[in-house]
Ligand binder design. Structure first.
Ligand code: GUN
Length: 305
């Protein structure tokens, strides 16, 4: 039986370690979350982020903005948050509506308030291997691998997907842990063959059950970043989730085929319950780290300090 890499104990440890750091600060860390529009999944994520702040004693405020907002109006809000001394971290929930210039908005967030690690300055620091806020989901995966003592140095790591939020930063973080890293994407030839050479396979492509037995070397560690809602009974049954579907009318599966991974992998993250809890834990960690920096050297920070 493969080892199941549950996210919950990793999340608990990360949050426990943050508590004394938060207590040590002269004021609570502050996180501002900007949610544009009413995408149900984004609303759920934002609610969970605000709740996590509340549970830890982090000050938070959420800005819920109609989908009709213009880029200029969002830039005004970001500028205000950049200058707000209560706020250490700013998170703009992705995706933004199509008419909004996402790049301009993300670049407007002060690099020293970038709770998501999306600002080009912080991406540059990641490339250079220097400390700075890092994209939360891949940073959480590194914490998970360390928690379960899964070796990375010298291992073949394959990252499936090249998104700015997960795939690219994941590859850079694994490289920093001295893995030999390959990134696969839609134009990769013999994608199954490349993935089959992985000791460590990270799937982040947003396609339910895409990674089947053909992709998985016997005994490999498989990390599944996908969260895909299945509303079709036959598809749920093919993923071995017929009973759950009958009870709930929907199931959530990852990018990895849940039956195949159990059969082939040496260790894997389940969906749900694997990587999911770590994203918010790392957001909390980034926010605390930014607050510590702001309070240690208030003159060097952006805006009105
Ligand atoms: N949308 C999906 N994942 C994320 C994330 O980690 N941060 C933000 N801001 N938006 C997201």
């Amino acid at each position: 039986m493969p080892q199941i890499l549950s996210g919950a104990p990793v999340q608990a440890r990360i949050l426990e370690n943050l508590k004394p750091r938060i207590k040590n600060l002269s004021r609570p860390p502050g996180l501002a979350v900007v949610l544009v529009g009413q995408d149900p999944a984004s609303s759920i994520y934002v609610r969970s982020k605000i709740k996590a702040c509340h549970d830890l004693g982090i000050f938070s405020e959420s800005h819920e903005i109609p989908a009709t907002v213009t880029t200029e109006e969002l830039l005004v809000l970001v500028d205000k948050l950049n200058k707000d001394p209560k706020i250490d971290g700013i998170l703009v929930q992705m995706p933004l509506p199509k008419h909004v210039d996402t790049r301009r908005v993300l670049e407007a967030v002060a690099a020293d308030k970038d709770a998501d690690g999306f600002h080009p300055t912080n991406v540059g620091y990641l490339v250079a291997g220097r400390p700075a806020p890092r994209s939360c989901t891949p940073a959480g995966i590194i914490e998970l691998l360390k928690f379960y003592e899964i070796p990375m140095a010298g291992r073949n790591a394959v990252v499936l997907g090249r998104s700015d939020i997960v795939g690219k930063p994941m590859a850079l973080m694994l490289l920093q842990e001295n893995a030999t890293v390959t990134i696969c994407h839609s134009r990769t030839e013999d994608i199954e063959g490349v993935c089959r050479r992985a000791d460590l396979l990270v799937a982040a492509i947003g396609r339910p059950g895409f990674v089947t037995a053909d992709f998985i070397a016997p005994g490999a560690t498989v990390i599944d970043v996908g969260i895909n809602r299945i509303t079709d009974a036959a598809q749920a049954a093919a993923f071995g989730r017929a009973e759950e579907f009958a009870a709930k009318g929907k199931v959530v599966v990852g990018d990895v085929h849940p039956v195949d991974v159990q059969r082939c992998a040496g260790a894997y993250t389940p969906v749900p319950g694997g990587v999911g809890p770590l994203t918010i834990a790392m957001l909390m960690s980034n926010t605390v780290e930014l607050a510590e920096k702001h309070l240690a050297s208030p003159d060097q920070t952006t805006g009105a300090r």
